[in-house]
Design a protein around this ligand. Structure first.
Ligand code: NAD
Length: 257
């Protein structure tokens, strides 16, 4: 039975993780980090604290769905030596410095970083790699749509899919990514990878990767119909991560894809 600590407990994902753990007898909720108060009913044995040290020391697996700055503080504390046995990070929009901190932390404990915790996206990522290679002359365009509250764009998942496509074509994503087109921009170049974002309503998450050729195209789409998929993926991956040596893991490692 693994004891989980939830970082970002008051947010949309944090609340779902708490609900998911309450329904799954093989795991317990050890601790939650709160910045202000929290209007949640928690098991009586749960440590509710605003002290990152106490929070980290009381959990076996910490699951983080917060903000890039929140993740940065969490990683810095873990690197300084106050750490759980395993850490799952689901926060998106990390900058290069924060991504390097992930690598530093992974030298001290097993860390899994995934911008999307679903099996479907893990498989889509694999399909995108194959299709980007096999359809070498096709134009790649990625479209994502999320709820109105999402703070980063393009989504971490869309960027990860674009990175996979770029890697399959031996390209540098930063040089080929186009996010937004407006005005007299001229024709599309064959090397670019379009990554576009739409926002609205309560839509959980939709990603479509299109491969557009002359006379035919393929579109592969994934739709998340509820967020529990992500919470369940994070908890299951966290239980698995406890048994792994130190290192940085992806969700593909957990799903063995
Ligand atoms: P949210 O805004 O509802 O919740 C964020 C929570 O983090 C809040 O409780 C907030 O108080 C807390 N927080 C913010 N900054 C913090 C800090 N500096 N220190 C400590 N706590 C802090 O957001 P959400 O919809 O729950 O999403 C959270 C993150 O997870 C986002 O980056 C989102 O893109 C990502 N996400 C990832 C997946 C996935 O599968 N990997 C799925 C959904 C959302």
């Amino acid at each position: 039975m693994a004891g989980f600590g939830i970082y970002g407990a008051g947010g949309r994902m944090g609340r779902l993780l708490i609900d998911y753990l309450a329904l799954n007898a093989e795991h317990t909720l050890s601790s939650v980090l709160v910045r202000k108060g929290i209007d949640l009913s928690l098991p009586p044995e749960t440590l509710v604290t605003n002290d990152p040290r106490a929070f980290l020391e009381s959990a076996e697996v910490v699951v983080d769905f917060s903000s890039p700055k929140g993740t940065e503080a969490l990683l810095e504390t873990a690197i300084a030596g106050v750490k759980p046995k395993a850490l799952v990070v689901g926060t998106t929009g990390l900058d290069p410095h924060q991504q390097n901190l992930l690598k530093d932390a992974a030298e001290k404990l097993p860390v899994l970083y995934a911008t999307n915790m679903s099996l479907g996206i893990a498989l889509l990522n694999k399909l995108v790699f194959e299709a980007s290679k096999a359809l070498a002359d096709f134009d790649i365009e990625i479209l994502e749509m999320h709820h109105r509250f999402k703070k980063d764009a393009p989504s971490g998942t869309a960027l990860a899919l674009a990175a996979t496509a770029a890697k399959a074509r031996d390209a540098d994503l930063d040089s080929v990514r186009v996010s937004g087109r407006n005005g007299a921009i001229g024709e599309r170049s064959s090397s670019e990878i379009g990554v576009m974002s739409l926002r609205g309503g309560d839509l959980v998450g939709e990603h479509t990767v299109g491969f557009y050729g002359d006379g035919e195209f393929i579109r592969i789409a994934h739709v998340a119909t509820n967020r529990t998929t992500f919470a369940a993926g994070a908890v299951k991956a966290g239980s698995w991560l406890l048994r792994q040596p130190n290192g940085l893991y992806s969700i593909q490692d957990y799903f063995q894809l």
